[in-house]
Ligand binder design. Structure first.
Ligand code: FE2
Length: 170
């Protein structure tokens, strides 16, 4: 059975994944004039939608009356710290793709993906399920950090110094 700390953990983690998804969607629209950047940011937004669905599925498993909920208070404190940081980082303006990209790498190397893994595998105590979740996050982080594989060098250099056509959207 779930506990109130566990419910709060899922609720806040889901909200954070939603903030990231919206941040990437909005950024994609700002770079809609640059096809490769647009596709990169859209793919990140799609990953976040997938993380939301996976978290929701994990949450429904914790609602089983036979589920033995661990103590989640420490994790909840960690999520609260992350929450403040992530909301701050996603609301600051950026001037060009380089600034945006640095922001994205900071977001994706924060605790957000650890927390996702804990909530979708760690607490479920089901090692049979942990492989696919780990791969999901690994692929997501590789998408962010392995930009060189997705875009050729000249496209990257061009993008890195290219300002937004207008200020970041509200
Ligand atoms: Fe995510």
């Amino acid at each position: 059975m779930t506990t109130s700390a566990m419910r709060d953990c899922f609720e806040r983690a889901l909200a954070l994944e939603g903030i990231l998804r919206d941040f990437y969607r909005k950024a994609a629209l700002e770079f809609s004039h640059e096809e490769s950047v647009f596709r990169f940011l859209q793919a990140l937004a799609a990953d976040e939608s997938c993380h939301i669905a996976v978290l929701e599925a994990a949450r429904s498993r914790t609602e089983d009356p036979l589920f033995d909920a661990p103590d989640m208070r420490d994790l909840l404190s960690r999520i609260e710290v992350l929450d403040a940081r992530l909301r701050g980082e996603t609301s600051k303006p950026y001037a060009d793709f380089n600034e945006l990209y640095l922001r994205i790498t900071a977001l994706e190397t924060s605790e957000i993906n650890n927390i996702f893994e804990i909530l979708t595998t760690g607490i479920l105590k089901d090692p049979g399920d942990s492989g696919p979740m780990r791969d999901l996050i690994k692929d997501h982080i590789l998408r962010v950090t392995d930009l060189g594989k997705r875009l050729d060098r000249s496209a990257r250099l061009k993008m890195l110094s290219r300002p937004l056509p207008r200020g970041p959207a509200d």
